[in-house]
Design a protein around this ligand. Structure first.
Ligand code: MFK
Length: 555
């Protein structure tokens, strides 16, 4: 009989995750975990079952933009893929945004929220994008103190009723740049009656099916640069779903991945908007959005790694080559084990950022956590995003040719992962942001204190070398950055190596602490093995590379 390969399958994505349940058991009081666990298990079942099947059935569907109706009216209607429509209902019913603002779990509400996102996100075809923006918009409006906008939008942004739930877009990127936002060309003019109107082009707008958006524009007469920009709230659609006056969708972007996300290019022509706060310093005003979406990015990186590994592991148990299952081949097992260690580190860094975010938001952070968060957010985003791409690449390779064939769905893992180091700030922009954050009073000390506090928990002799590697790499990065402070070119050239070393040292420190906790409770040796393996992958990337060689290579 002819041979046909069984495709990879995945099970309950809560129960099958080697990190999530132990991390939650360590982070939440038992009663709180017991209260949320049934929902996590339900989402785990949906993620590995219904939504996974839907995702495969939905592979070829993409959002479709219809610019004109049959009678010649400009409508710019965007029809979403079937999975995205179901994802919207699921997201509001389970409060994938609202849970982060729940009072019931206090500072641990972010853990509940991001645990759900981690479990279900990889099956929702990057519906996490509009959810992240919605969360970021809610945080930004709350921080702005604009009571009228808070009362108008928050009940919708945090709604658990699909009939009343809104999502928000974020329109920052223009043709002049996605990184150097201060170059934005969109202008804001005020009518005699006080109405603000925006005119310009937004080059990449997140999910353009949103009901509102936060964006930046330069009020006429303001100076060039980022300080001359102001933050605006745009009502994107009316109650019937029609676009607001002066918004045209020029086209949807033809992207490598995130194919279900209706990322659009927009023209704004005297589009009515509401000033959120002051009529300048818009970049500073929108930074809460950046912090929240970067945390989502880190969690999505970890969950993307989990999904890639779930598929690769299952495949290794179904695929035979050279007389044995792949999982029983020493080299194949060695390769996947290395990825597991990277996943465990990425998971803990992303969830440490989520934990500290929740504490800071609820005023429950200690002094060092307050300062830690500003640096931890870019470090977590940039470190985990690179790990996610590397992991997705290896995972599809581990499925051989099937991993490269589109209708298996496997190549999507890599295409969707590749956006993670790009959007919400590239690796280099975030490396510079990390340096900027470390330059603020007490941030370096807070990072060091956090790593040391975790490393101090290690007692097991089998973790000593790994803990030492984390400590040495951290000391080297901090020492090097301190030494280069007076040499801006050297500091900038080395910024990525410093930031990645901080990220990897923190991951290893968190891994060591988690491993010790698991060993103390006889919860298995996965985390300890991950710590030991991770330490051997290279943690300290700091180096002084020759500027002359860089110039020679860049001629
Ligand atoms: C790709 C395919 C799929 C596309 C999907 C659609 C996606 C669409 C959505 C997007 O557009 S994603 C792209 C999102 N864009 C970014 O993440 C921007 C990346 N660039 C940066 O992060 C730059 O570092 C930044 C724009 C913030 C630099 O701005 P500035 O104004 O030139 O820098 P400056 O003067 O240092 O910062 C202004 C203020 O903000 C300062 O505060 P003060 O005024 O009090 O001094 C900074 O300290 C503060 N600030 C900057 N970054 C911060 C921050 N505060 C807190 N957290 C931060 N991260």
């Amino acid at each position: 009989m002819a041979f046909f390969q069984d495709p990879p399958r995945i099970g309950n994505q809560y129960d099958d995750d080697p990190m999530l349940s132990s991390f939650l058991a360590r982070s939440l009081p038992a009663a709180e975990l017991a209260a949320i666990e049934p929902e996590l298990r339900e989402l785990g079942e949906l993620s590995g079952g219904h939504f996974r099947q839907l995702q495969l059935a939905d592979l070829d569907n993409e959002p479709v933009l219809t610019q004109w109706d049959p009678w010649g009216r400009r409508i710019d209607h965007i029809e979403l893929s079937p999975l995205w429509k179901e994802a919207a209902t699921l997201a509001s019913k389970h409060g994938l945004v609202a849970a982060g603002y729940d009072r019931a779990l206090g500072p641990r509400s972010r853990l509940h929220q991001f645990a759900m996102v981690h479990i279900i996100g990889p099956s929702l075809d990057v519906y996490s994008c509009p959810l992240a923006m919605t969360d970021g918009a809610a945080r930004t409006l709350l921080d702005s103190g604009n009571q009228a906008l808070i009362e108008r939008a928050l009940p919708h942004l945090l709604s658990r009723d699909p009939a009343t739930a809104w999502t928000s877009g974020q329109w920052m990127t223009e043709r002049t740049g996605g990184s150097d936002v201060g170059l934005s060309e969109t202008v804001a003019r005020q009518d005699a009656d006080g109405t603000w109107r925006l005119s310009g082009t937004k080059w990449f707008t997140s999910a353009t099916t949103a009901e509102i958006a936060l964006t930046l524009a330069r009020p006429t007469g303001n100076p060039d640069g980022s300080r001359g920009l102001a933050l605006f709230y745009v009502p994107v659609r009316d109650d019937a779903g029609a676009l607001s006056p002066g918004i045209s969708v020029n086209r949807l972007k033809d992207k490598l991945g995130t194919r279900k996300v209706p990322t659009a290019e927009l023209t704004l022509d005297s589009t009515p908007a509401i000033l959120v706060g002051s009529d300048s310093d818009g970049v500073r005003a929108i930074t809460p959005m950046l912090s929240i979406t970067r945390t989502w990015n880190a969690v999505s990186s970890a969950s993307g790694m989990r999904r890639a590994l779930a598929l690769a592991r299952d495949y290794a148990g179904r695929r035979k080559a050279f007389g044995a299952l792949l999982r029983d081949k020493p080299l194949h097992a060695d390769t996947l084990a290395g990825l597991e260690a990277e996943y465990a580190g990425a998971f803990l860094l992303a969830f440490r950022a989520a934990t500290v975010l929740g504490k800071v938001e609820r005023g429950a952070a200690d002094e060092h956590e307050e300062r830690l968060l500003r640096a931890l957010t870019p470090i977590a985003k940039l470190t985990t995003a690179k790990q996610a791409v590397a992991c997705a690449s290896e995972a599809i390779e581990s499925c051989g040719g099937a991993g490269y064939v589109n209708d298996t769905g496997l190549p999507r893992l890599l295409a969707d992962a590749q956006v993670l180091p790009i959007w919400e700030g590239t690796t280099n922009v975030l490396s510079l942001d990390t340096l900027r954050a470390l330059g603020k009073g007490g941030a370096i000390e807070a990072v060091v204190a956090d790593a040391r506090a975790h490393l101090a928990q290690v007692k097991d002799g089998g973790l000593t070398a790994a803990a030492g590697a984390a400590r040495d790499a951290l000391d080297h990065a901090v020492g090097w950055a301190g030494g280069a402070m007076g040499e801006p070119e050297r500091l900038e050239a080395g910024a990525r190596r410093v930031a990645m070393t901080l990220g990897r040292s923190l991951e290893l420190a968190y891994l060591c602490a988690h491993a010790q906790w698991c060993l103390d409770r006889s919860r298995g040796g996965y985390a300890a093995a991950a710590a030991r393996r991770f330490a051997r992958h290279g943690v300290d990337l700091v180096d002084d590379l020759s500027r002359a060689d860089t110039l020679a290579l860049m001629r």
